[in-house]
Design a protein around this ligand. Structure first.
Ligand code: AR6
Length: 184
């Protein structure tokens, strides 16, 4: 039991929670809540493309030409252009459908896991996530936060190469939910 508790607390030290704008973070990689076209949009996607400049869209277009966009739950990586971060991982969250709760959970978990795996594959050690799908895509915030925290904790347990990950909450409701779930 003591060993399990020690391992849990070590893992929690690699998780940060902030309230703010993800485009301001100087981490190795920030994650974008994109759509499958990869051509930009509103919300955090719009903010990232606006602040990062055309280089991000140019990389997205190259990926589209190669593989035809990005499916829900999958992730791709580009430059971060003018952003303080080094890279952007674009993942596509599910559009909330209350009649398919289990499918929604699996797809959202895939976003977190595939983004973290892509960071590891690219030797990136610090990563920040927005609250994927909880804006325009309408995923209930509490359900999304539970899945996000569960998936990230599970991944960090198995992968030591991520130094720390940051949950970036833009709205106060998400921030309070994450603070409660993470226990701080
Ligand atoms: N920094 C951090 N989080 C932010 C920021 C920011 N600058 N701006 C918004 N958020 P959303 P989705 C939060 O709508 O629900 C786009 O049009 C926001 O408060 O950005 O996955 C895409 O192109 C919310 O908690 O993404 C897709 O079409 C969270 O980011 C669609 O929206 C996600 O909200 C994706 O919808």
């Amino acid at each position: 039991m003591a060993a399990a508790a020690a391992s849990y607390s070590k893992k929690m030290k690699r998780i940060k929670l902030i309230k703010g704008d993800i485009t301001k973070l100087a981490v190795d990689v920030i994650v974008n809540a994109a759509n499958s076209s990869l051509l930009g949009g509103g919300g955090v996607d719009g903010a990232i493309h606006r602040a990062g400049g055309k280089a991000i869209l140019d990389d997205c277009i190259k990926i589209r030409n190669r593989q035809g966009g990005c499916k829900t739950g999958e992730a791709v990586i580009t430059t971060a252009g003018k952003l303080p971060a080094k890279h952007v991982i674009h993942t596509v969250g599910p559009v909330w459908d209350s009649s398919k709760k289990e499918k929604m959970k699996t797809l959202l978990a895939n976003c977190y896991r595939n983004s973290l795996q892509l960071a590891v594959d690219n030797h990136l050690a610090t990563i920040a996530f927005p609250n994927i799908s909880t804006g325009i895509y309408g995923y209930p915030k509490e359900l999304a936060a539970e899945t996000a925290v569960h998936e990230v904790l599970d991944f960090l347990d198995k992968n030591q190469s991520i130094d720390f990950m940051t949950f970036v909450c833009f709205d106060v409701e998400n921030y309070h939910l994450y603070a409660r779930i993470l226990g701080n």
